[in-house]
Design a protein. Structure first.
Length: 310
């Protein structure tokens, strides 16, 4: 497993992070027993992953807490989040942090995010909620402050572009993938300047794991004139990535594409079973995609900013 430093935080993080939300929520959404979900996280940690991302709303914090018990806390980086879309008050944040600490079985949270923020809520959050986060940071209950966008609703990254104007954010979680690379210029460039840690979500969603959904997305993007039909084979739009020197699957290509992007630190990978986890780990151990494939992907999708890939 490759490691890097998360922006200016000084935290040494694995390039792959275990995502405990998404469609599977480490198997809980598909009916897996709690013990099975715990074993998935444990397997990832034994394989060299040291970054785990969860959230209050995922209802997986207690699972993470049980999974990390037999590992040295100082070697792990734990990220959790508080949702912001229900008239959140400062008192809610304080209670949520205490609850998350208890659920995770830890004395501190490495990265605590405001979760799924949209532009219309941002000014309230920066003026009313951010001061409390700074207070919790001073108390040592959280080490670094993060913010995550709501990528399905904001594929143009309007909220994060606004957030980049402030200096409070140590870490940002951004939607970025083969199909929508707009964060490169709109978020990552300035984040690099400011040494902000970047967590990538949506590296793989339905469009990059289900051929039917990919075809629907390509048709939509052609209709919107965000990609040119002449630059893509409509019946097999990403087939050129699969060759001896290239990717072994589209999911493999999706992870390796994000890994190669300057300014990204942790690529989140969610799964509900160990065999799928093993496949994903394999992608993080492979070399970068060939330069010609990366160049072609950037050319095809350079104008896309209207979809998330879901």
């Amino acid at each position: 497993m490759d490691y890097t430093i998360l922006g200016s935080t000084g935290l040494k993080v694995s390039k792959m992070g275990v995502g405990c939300g998404g469609p599977s929520r480490v198997g809980r959404s598909t009916g897996k027993a709690i013990e099975e979900s715990i074993s998935i996280i444990e397997y990832a940690l034994k394989s060299g992953v040291n970054f785990i991302d969860t959230a209050e709303i995922y209802k997986t914090e207690k699972i993470v807490g049980k999974a990390i018990k037999s590992f040295k806390r100082e070697n792990l980086v734990i990220s959790t989040k508080k949702s912001t879309w229900r008239n959140i008050q400062p008192s809610h944040i304080k209670k949520s942090i205490e609850r998350s600490l208890q659920n995770l079985g830890t004395d501190f949270i490495d990265v605590y995010h405001l979760h799924g923020v949209i532009l219309q809520d941002y000014e309230y959050l920066i003026s009313e909620i951010a001061p409390l986060l700074l207070e919790m940071k001073d108390q040592g209950k959280i080490s670094f402050i993060g913010i995550t966008e709501r990528f399905n609703a904001d594929p143009q990254h309007f909220m994060l572009q606004r957030a980049l104007e402030d200096d409070i954010w140590d870490v940002m979680m951004v939607g970025f993938n083969i199909l929508n690379q707009s964060a490169r210029d709109r978020v990552l460039a300035k984040a690099i300047e400011k040494e902000i840690g970047i967590l990538v979500m949506f590296a793989v969603r339905l469009a990059l794991s289900k051929p039917k959904r990919l075809k629907e997305c390509i048709d939509e993007l052609i209709e919107k004139k965000q990609i040119k039909p002449s630059e893509i084979e409509n019946n097999n739009p990403l087939g050129f990535l699969l060759h001896k020197r290239g990717a072994v699957s589209l999911v493999d290509a999706a992870y390796r594409f994000c890994l190669s992007e300057p300014g990204t630190h942790v690529i989140l990978s969610g799964t509900g079973n160990i065999s799928h986890l093993q496949e994903n780990l394999g992608s993080f151990l492979r070399p970068p995609l060939p330069v010609e494939d990366l160049t072609r992907l950037k050319k095809i999708f350079k104008l896309v900013d209207s979809i998330s890939g879901q």
